[in-house]
Design a protein. Structure first.
Length: 438
């Protein structure tokens, strides 16, 4: 039987030595791998801890703040809007005729008195026409004087003719009477009687003709006088009209006020009835405001309005409401024009200046309210921070209603007595809870 012990022992010894070494290497590799895994795990845990969000309790501590308590109160229901200061009325001065501008006495923005000259139009043509018309009138007056003189002489002459004819008729009648007597006593012949009768008839005709001529002269003069009155009146009217036109060429303000527009310059030729200047009383103003179509039904004439001009609030009342809505080219929503009239004219108002307005359309009794504050402009109008005890404040969703400028109505989310932070939220609006410094 072959000896196999050496064959198995040698390899076994050799195998033991090699096998032991190999096991040692394998155990060492496993340790490194485990250590690496542990290290990576620790790193991941550290990164997770480092990068994980911090608790809201430790995220933000508010050191200073303002707060207010939700209270039940009566709040005014207002419609807030914007508008401009505008003139109630203005005087638009027109050119009385087509003419050239020879002088401009004022500038835009000047204050003027009633009757003060603003613009002068050239009057050379009118003045020459006035000279011609005046000369024509004077000539007509001279002709009238000459006609009156001639008429006077004619009347006197014809009156003398009438008197002469009357005397001749009387003489002829007396002669006829004598001849008739003589004829009856057969002293005068028949031919003498006929001659006497003919003389009376001729004298009678002469008198009637003289009287007729006088009446004709007087009648003609009456017609001449009538025509003269009409002609002289027309010529006088032409003169007066020219004088008025010349006076009108000095365009004057018919009211005291401020010049808001001068539409002409020296040398311009303006057409009849074209605008020359605009004058208005700067204190006679109103506010023209635009109310959203969906709220115009709440507004009524006589509603009080608080018009804010700069830093001041000026009281006014709704004077008129437009009957139709208008749509702005920059907006798709429609608005209705409302005119507010001031109780007293604000000194700070500038015509054309922008204003804001709050129209009081009613009141709401027992409304939950908060004073308006920076928290309303923090980028999230639907949330507030309610103070829970004294150490923290929790974000809470709310809905707001109307505002009267000083307070705002709380519709949902809060109860009477809740204490709310009313200062600005910008730095922590993203957090659901904040800590309050003691």
């Amino acid at each position: 039987m072959p000896n196999t012990e050496l064959i198995f022992d040698k390899p076994r010894a050799s195998a033991t030595g090699v096998s032991g070494k190999t096991v040692a290497v394998k155990r060492k590799g496993k340790g490194v791998l485990v250590a690496a895994i542990i290290g990576v795990t620790l790193i991941v845990i550290g990164l997770f801890v480092a990068l994980s969000p911090k608790s809201e309790k430790a995220a933000y501590i508010l050191k200073t703040w303002n707060d207010a308590t939700v209270q039940s109160a009566t709040i005014k229901n207002t419609v807030s809007t914007t508008g401009v200061i505008e003139l109630k009325g203005k005087e638009t001065l027109l050119s009385p005729q087509t003419a050239q501008v020879s002088a401009v006495f004022v500038s835009e923005g000047d204050l003027v008195k009633k009757g003060q000259p603003l613009v002068q139009l050239a009057t050379q043509t009118l003045e020459w026409n006035l000279v011609v018309s005046q000369a024509s009138y004077d000539e007509a007056v001279r002709e009238a004087t000459m006609t009156d003189t001639e008429y006077g002489f004619s009347v006197r002459q014809q009156s003398i003719s009438v008197k002469t004819a009357e005397r001749n008729l009387k003489t002829a009648q007396e002669t006829l009477a004598q001849t008739q007597g003589l004829f009856e006593r057969n002293i005068a012949s028949n031919s003498e009687l006929v001659t006497a009768q003919t003389s009376v008839a001729a004298a009678q005709d002469t008198l009637e003709l003289a009287q007729l001529t006088l009446e004709q002269t007087e009648a003609k003069h009456k017609i001449t006088l009538s025509n003269r009155v009409s002609d002289l009146a027309q010529k006088k009217k032409e003169i007066d009209d020219l004088k008025t036109s010349i006076a009108d060429c000095t365009i004057r303000s018919s009211t005291a006020g401020k010049v808001y527009d001068i539409s002409v310059a020296v040398g311009d030729r303006v057409s009849a009835y074209s605008t020359v200047a605009v004058v208005a009383n700067p204190s006679d103003i109103q506010a023209g405001i635009d109310v959203a179509e969906n709220r115009i039904s709440e507004v009524q004439i006589g509603d009080p309005v608080a018009v804010t001009i700069g830093e001041s609030s000026v009281p006014a009342v709704v004077k008129s409401i437009a009957s139709s809505a208008t749509t702005s080219s920059s907006s798709s929503s429609s608005t209705v024009r409302v005119v507010a009239e001031f109780d007293s004219v604000p000194s700070s108002a500038i015509v054309g200046g922008s204003v804001s307005a709050d129209i009081e359309v009613g009141v709401i009794e027992n409304a939950l309210t908060l004073p308006r504050g920076p928290f309303l402009s923090s980028g999230n109008y639907a949330s507030v921070y309610v103070i829970d005890g004294t150490s923290r404040a929790t974000k809470k969703a709310v809905t707001f209603g109307i505002t009267d400028g000083k307070t705002i109505q709380v519709l949902t989310g809060l109860n009477e007595g809740d204490k709310v932070i009313t200062s600005a939220y910008q730095e922590f609006i993203h957090l659901g809870e904040i800590q309050l410094a003691k």
